[in-house]
Design a protein. Structure first.
Length: 83
């Protein structure tokens, strides 16, 4: 199964990326995911279910530890492994 996760971390800072946002970016970029798109107001990553779920676990733990007061995320099934 393939999954797509979309997420944001808060609080926002329009002048400089906060530590929790940088940590979240590092987590998804280091994960074994097929596609990662990082933006100022939202981030998307895709991959196999195990890789995405492992990345989401690390993302939540590390972003909260780095000062995030809210993490919003949505996970969607986008297909099966071989498609």
């Amino acid at each position: 199964m393939r999954l797509r996760v979309e997420f944001t971390t808060e609080p926002f800072d329009l002048d400089e990326a906060p530590a929790h946002a940088l940590v979240a970016r590092e987590v998804v970029e280091a994960a074994k995911l097929d596609a990662v798109d990082v933006g100022p107001f939202g981030n998307t990553a895709e991959g196999g279910a195990d890789a995405v779920l492992t990345a989401v676990d690390a993302l939540l733990r590390k972003a909260l530890a780095a000062g995030a007061t809210r993490v919003s995320l949505q996970v969607n099934v986008i297909g099966e492994g071989g498609r």
